[in-house]
Design a protein around this ligand. Structure first.
Ligand code: NA7
Length: 554
């Protein structure tokens, strides 16, 4: 029998999720003297990085970018690789938690199930939480969803998948204990970022590896490498300027985007520029020219360059062609940053199954069937993606004013003001929610933007005595139009991808992110602050709502 207890105290802030966003929110809230608590469903901190512990899991942004822009933390932490691996990211977060004494503010194995806004009680959120000791109802003035953008994994509905008797491993729920795949026959489904990262690691262990590919990805080499003292010293010398470059850029990373159109470049120079970007490694090749993501003709130069690289690398021409993306522009889906992915197909025990030519018929107890032929395997690895941006939020049963359900409000696709607020859901704050830069940017910058914004609101409300803050419906509508308009000017708009919800059966088609970049987005936030929050409505304020002077200066 489930026991239910109800807390009598009212928290200032209940934060859902102990990833980099939730931990940062907790830190900022505590610095301001707010009573805040993080509830995390997992048994450890790290959010999506806690669960995605598959071999090869690594961030596709560089360590110096994918971390908090905090001078003390940057001075004290030493990164060991150009791109941070999953284990290092967890160590880094642990360091941050201990550095600021945040651990007692985090309740693990606490899954938030439902949240109801109670207007009658002066505006509090009643939050139902499943804990190891039964269910609890917790009350809070503000509810912050730091639930992650890529945290609700998808389980593909492939015929017979439940009949398969061997090991089934999801990259997004990889077991904590050691998984022994040595000498096994393995099938991998999914060739996005996760599949491409895990594939060479599986190949190292497997007797046979079958990569079941539906859509080929554009893959750039990461050129990951260890960082040494000289790298760290160079970073420290340049720290401030580095941060400035990232904050004024589109993606929130240190490397600048070129100002020139690819169409205006001399062909030989263009080839040299793309080759240089390829040699540097990483997704920076998309920034080699200013218009790669907004102009199809310019995009085609980069796409064609990457297609040629596949044919240069993969020895078997048929396999190379199957691996070559031809049906969508580069950057239309997230570009994949990998290590030796294409080259690994040259190994004799690695087999590509091109599901566009020979569809996957079904799984069986022993393996998979393609073209009427059963291939026996011992283990199945699924890297089949996420219900991006909305999955984790809608996994919680959320009710705003008058019992309005968020699932209903978002039935035709998510709407928000700035990707943080949803009209009719006062004091609910989404960190990197739909309608904000989120996964189109370096998420660390996106997280910091939102945590600073929410902290500013909390300060302002404390100064003015306001009890609730909500989005104005017209501001939300205008924002949704802005998000749509910006998306329609990019090469991403018309591609069937997770960016538009196309990877989830039945999910409404809406472009889920703000495509204007983190710098332009910051200008919007600053404009709201300068104008005393025209898009928001505050209730209960004793004095005129003017942004807290200290936060506004920060
Ligand atoms: P992605 O990028 O959404 O990739 C999922 C992959 O799984 C993709 O190749 C899909 O093919 C494939 N998939 C999904 N369902 C099926 C079925 N039923 N059959 C065959 N193939 C399937 O997720 P990732 O985890 O790799 O990356 C997510 C983000 O993490 C990424 O954006 C980075 O930010 C890090 P499809 O392309 O849909 O044909």
């Amino acid at each position: 029998m489930t026991t239910t207890t109800t807390d009598t105290d009212v928290l200032d802030l209940l934060i859902v999720g102990a990833g980099f966003a939730g931990v940062h929110m907790l830190r900022r809230a505590r610095e301001r003297g707010f009573d805040a608590q993080v509830f995390e469903a997992g048994s450890g901190t790290g959010g999506t990085w806690f669960f995605n512990r598959y071999p090869g899991a690594r961030c596709d942004f560089e360590s110096f970018d994918y971390s908090y822009f905090d001078d003390d933390l940057q001075a004290e932490w030493t990164w060991t690789e150009r791109y941070p691996g999953q284990a290092e990211l967890l160590r880094y977060l642990d360091f941050v938690i201990d550095r600021f004494g945040l651990r007692d503010g985090i309740s693990l194995e606490h899954r938030v199930l439902a949240a109801q806004f109670d207007d009658q009680a002066g505006g509090i959120w009643r939050v139902r939480v499943a804990t190891p000791d039964g269910e609890r109802t917790v009350h809070a003035r503000h509810l912050v969803l730091a639930t992650g953008s890529l945290s609700a994994p998808l389980t593909p509905a492939i015929e017979g998948i439940d009949d398969f008797a061997g090991d089934v491993l999801y990259t997004a729920r990889w077991p904590k204990e050691n998984v022994d795949l040595a000498g096994k026959r393995i099938a991998l489904v999914g060739t996005g970022s996760s599949g491409v990262q895990v594939m060479p690691e599986l190949a190292r262990e497997a007797a046979e590896l079958h990569v079941l590919q539906r859509t080929p990805a554009y893959v750039v080499e990461s050129r990951n490498r260890p960082l040494d003292q000289a790298d760290m010293a160079a970073f420290h010398r340049d720290r401030e300027a580095y941060r400035e470059r990232a904050l004024t850029g589109v993606l929130g990373v240190h490397f600048p985007l070129a100002g020139m159109s690819a169409k205006d470049a001399d062909p030989a120079e263009r080839e040299a520029a793309l080759e240089a970007a390829w040699q540097r490694g990483g997704s920076g090749i998309l920034g080699a020219y200013a218009d790669v993501l907004v102009d199809h003709e310019s995009n085609a130069f980069v796409a064609e360059f990457l297609r040629r690289k596949i044919h240069d690398t993969v020895e078997d021409p048929e396999t190379a062609e199957s691996l070559t993306p031809r049906t969508y522009p580069v950057g239309g889906k997230r570009i994949v940053v990998g290590t030796n992915y294409h080259a690994t197909f040259n190994e004799p025990h690695v087999h590509l199954v091109d599901l566009r030519r020979t569809p996957l018929e079904r799984f069986t107890e022993r393996g998979f069937v393609v073209d009427g032929v059963e291939t026996e395997i011992d283990a199945l690895v699924l890297a089949t993606g996420f219900d991006t941006l909305t999955g984790a939020i809608l996994g919680i049963d959320i009710e705003g004013v008058d019992g309005r359900s968020l699932r209903d409000e978002w039935a035709a696709g998510p709407v928000s003001f700035l990707g943080v607020h949803v009209a009719g859901f006062p004091n609910l704050h989404l960190v990197t929610g739909p309608g904000s830069p989120s996964v189109l940017a370096n998420l660390f910058r996106a997280i910091e933007q939102h945590v600073d914004w929410i902290t500013g609101l909390l300060d302002t409300m404390r100064d003015t005595g306001a009890t609730t803050v909500d989005a104005r419906a017209n501001a939300q509508e205008t924002w949704s139009e802005t998000v749509r308009d910006l998306a329609s000017g990019t090469v991403m708009a018309d591609v069937d991808s997770a960016f538009v919800g196309a990877n989830v059966p039945g999910k409404p088609r809406t472009f889920l992110m703000y495509a204007g970049g983190v710098s332009a987005y910051q200008d919007v936030l600053d404009g709201q602050v300068a104008g005393d929050y025209p898009g928001l409505v505050f209730d209960g304020a004793q004095t005129a709502v003017e942004p807290d002077s200290e936060t506004a200066r920060a």
